[in-house]
Design a protein around this ligand. Structure first.
Ligand SMILES: Nc1ncnc2c1ncn2[C@@H]1O[C@H](COP(=O)(O)OP(=O)(O)O)[C@@H](O)[C@H]1O
Ligand SMILES: [Mg+2]
Length: 416
């Protein structure tokens, strides 16, 4: 990228070590910025601000001062790899790369990093689903265009044989590797229980379910791995232009996974579904969790989920299957649907430890706040419910009834 500036910031480490505010000040000084406001939409421990330059440019500034014990993906090395991934896509998949916001500045300090992108006046991909119960039509019209760019112009640029054990290592292993972080933060009686009741359903602890599932993963393996087109495809990492009269192709991607290794598009499709089913409602409304000796855990959202989200969850897989071009990609990949649901469930579980390392305030729609531990607990409980159902269905028929499976989080949740 020719118009990117890379700066090594030599400001001395403050006596107590770098804080978010101290690193932001160093960035403001280095670039001569005026900070307008903080953006709290992100899903990582990084802090993001809207800022102006003295030359009148409007930027988003992202600053990461990693905390000790951050989960993989929330560390400095991953932050820097995101920039390398975007650069690599320029050569590999130019039509996709044109939909990434360009990185204008990269700043490396002693123990922190920052990057800027042009501020893009936009809403997240799921916004139409919140505006109106009928927003599903607009959402799927937009998503079809987004998927065409992501998969057909992005992922499809490369094809690699899938290494043995890919699903176990990448999809399942991501949760198991992060489990110790949860053990340190969630109640010991929950984390040591082999069995627990969630929303009236007797469940086994998720790591035990995953042990049982280990021998059943081979038929779910991707037919091939493809270009690393994104890798963290939540609905807030797709910015849809807010310009009146914007075309369906006026959207930008930000914040990829930070990997240049071959990847499976199903991982990203499952991330969109997870955004609608659990992640985005949880961040916007908070979880409500009650527990009693008699009934076990009751977990839901603090207020009813937007009707548009529920409708979109149920239509998501049929719409994907009908998406032009996607059926070609999955023609010789008979396990894609079950793999997508398994990956969805593991996104729910693996998000629990992630919530613990995102320390930003999490305001909800009622003006309350969710703590990292509350968000982690809700994800863990819903993930437990889902993975038990998936294992039971796979065990009895070798397939998963997606409608029934997703109803566990879309339709049958207590709230309040
Ligand atoms: N260039 C930009 N223009 C407009 N909004 C942005 C821009 N960059 C980031 N954002 C907003 O900030 C949020 C967090 O940024 P992101 O890079 O995704 O951080 P995180 O790693 O915390 O998810 C995004 O979801 C989006 O709402
Ligand atoms: Mg993000």
């Amino acid at each position: 990228m020719t118009d990117r500036r890379h700066l090594a910031v030599t400001a001395a480490r403050p006596p107590g070590g770098w804080t978010d505010d101290a690193a932001l000040s160093a960035v403001v000084d280095a670039l001569g910025l005026t900070i307008e406001y903080e953006i709290l939409e992100g899903g990582s421990p990084a802090r993001v601000y809207r800022a102006g330059t003295s030359a009148g440019a409007d930027l988003a500034v992202k600053v990461l001062v990693p905390a000790a014990g951050a989960v993989d993906g929330h560390d400095l090395a991953s932050f820097r790899r995101k920039l390398r991934q975007i650069d690599r896509l320029q050569a590999l998949a130019p039509d996709l790369a044109a939909h990434y916001l360009p990185v204008r500045h990269v700043l490396d300090g002693d123990g922190w990093s920052a990057a800027t992108t042009p501020f893009y006046d936009s809403a997240d991909l799921a916004a139409p689903l919140r505006r109106s119960p009928h927003g599903t039509r607009e959402f799927f019209r937009q998503y079809a265009a987004v998927i065409r760019t992501l998969v057909l112009h992005g992922y499809a640029a490369q094809s690699h044989p899938t290494p043995a054990g890919h699903v176990a290592q990448v999809v399942v292993g991501r949760f198991l590797r992060r489990l110790p972080v949860l053990h340190r933060a969630l109640p010991a009686e929950l984390m040591t229980a082999e069995r627990l009741t969630v929303n009236g359903v007797r469940c086994q602890a998720p790591h035990l379910v995953l042990e049982r599932l280990a021998g059943r993963l081979a038929p779910l393996a991707p037919a091939r791995l493809m270009a690393p087109a994104h890798g963290d495809f939540n609905t807030r990492n797709v910015l849809v232009s807010a310009r009146p009269g914007a075309a369906v192709d006026d959207f930008r991607f930000i914040d990829p996974r930070g990997s240049t290794e071959p990847w499976d598009p199903v991982y990203d499709l499952a991330k969109t579904l997870f955004s609608l089913s659990v992640w985005d409602p949880a961040l916007r409304t908070g979880f409500s969790v009650r527990s009693s000796r008699r009934h076990g855990y009751q977990v839901g959202f603090r207020q009813p989920v937007f009707p548009g989200y529920r409708a979109a969850i149920h239509r998501f897989l049929p719409r994907l299957a009908a998406c032009q071009g996607l059926s070609e990609v999955f023609r010789d990949d008979p396990g894609w649907l079950e793999r997508l649901l398994l990956t969805h469930d593991l996104h729910v579980l693996a998000e629990a430890p992630c919530r613990l390392s995102d320390r930003k305030p999490k305001p909800d729609l009622r003006g309350g706040f969710s703590t990292p531990a509350e968000l982690a607990l809700g994800h863990y409980l819903l993930g437990t419910l889902l993975i038990n159902d998936l294992a039971a269905q796979l065990g009895s028929t070798g397939r998963v009834d997606a409608e029934r499976h997703l109803a566990l989080v879309a339709d049958h949740l207590p709230h309040g």
